[in-house]
Design a protein around this ligand. Sequence first.
Ligand SMILES: [Zn+2]
Length: 300
Amino acid sequence: MQHQRTIRRSISCAGIGLHSGNKVTLSLKPAPADSGVRFRRSDLGGLEVAAAAEHVGGVTLATGLTRDAVRVDTVEHLMAALVSLGIDNVVVELNSPEVPIMDGSAAPFIYLIQEAGVKTLTQPRKYLKVLRPMSLTRGDKRIAVYPSDHFKVTYSIAYDHPMLRHQSRTIRLSEDIFVEEIAPARTFTFLNEVERLRQAGLALGGSLENAIVIGDTGILNNALRFDDEFVRHKILDVIGDMALIGRPMIGHLVAHRGGHALHTAFAAQILAQPEAWTLVEGVPEVVDVRAAVPARASVS
Ligand SMILES: [Zn+2]
């Protein structure tokens, strides 16, 4: 039986918003069982918006949440870190409308959560277990989920750019695998997009410190963290966006050329199709196949 978790103590970090360029302080605070992840704006007198698919606002370049006068942007990397480390309940306090971009990955949020420590609560965690396939297609973009005994993600990307065309990866998620294989993957953009974004008043906080920039002949940053860092970042994004379901998922998520709009629309669609899933408490202990193989009898 898996129990719900929160963090052991409050912790803060500071950074800038990728799109606003504004300085922001983010604090994580412990929260009781069944309260979920809630974003609180200290600069708006403590107004809150829950991390839920029903509150999804802007999804053009990042995932935002809105409820009445409260807006919080770019929640996806933090959400991916929280769901992957099994932090079910936490208050995320911000003094600005945008979660800091940090280095463009989820790694700084992993350090923050690990530094705060994890506290196990007495209530069982409920997972959304997929029983029947569901899918959403928009033009050449597609996302689907299939029944599986584990949370797995398959992602494929395809761009018409000399430095980035096709990448695909399937990964079976666990806390350790997320931390090592997915969390460090940074967000990316194309050089010719940067000027367009700036003119639109976006990516004002963007720099080589927090995004991979792909030029016509190579990346402008010193090095990639993984050969396929781009598709790994898309896996990070979809994990964070699907976390807006409000529970960890047991199923195999398969996405092709998705983005925040497709991911978050699919999260809402899943919640609207309760006949295709069920809630289960905890996950059955996975039998380690290697441990189950009897030791080879020695021949003497
Ligand atoms: Zn991202």
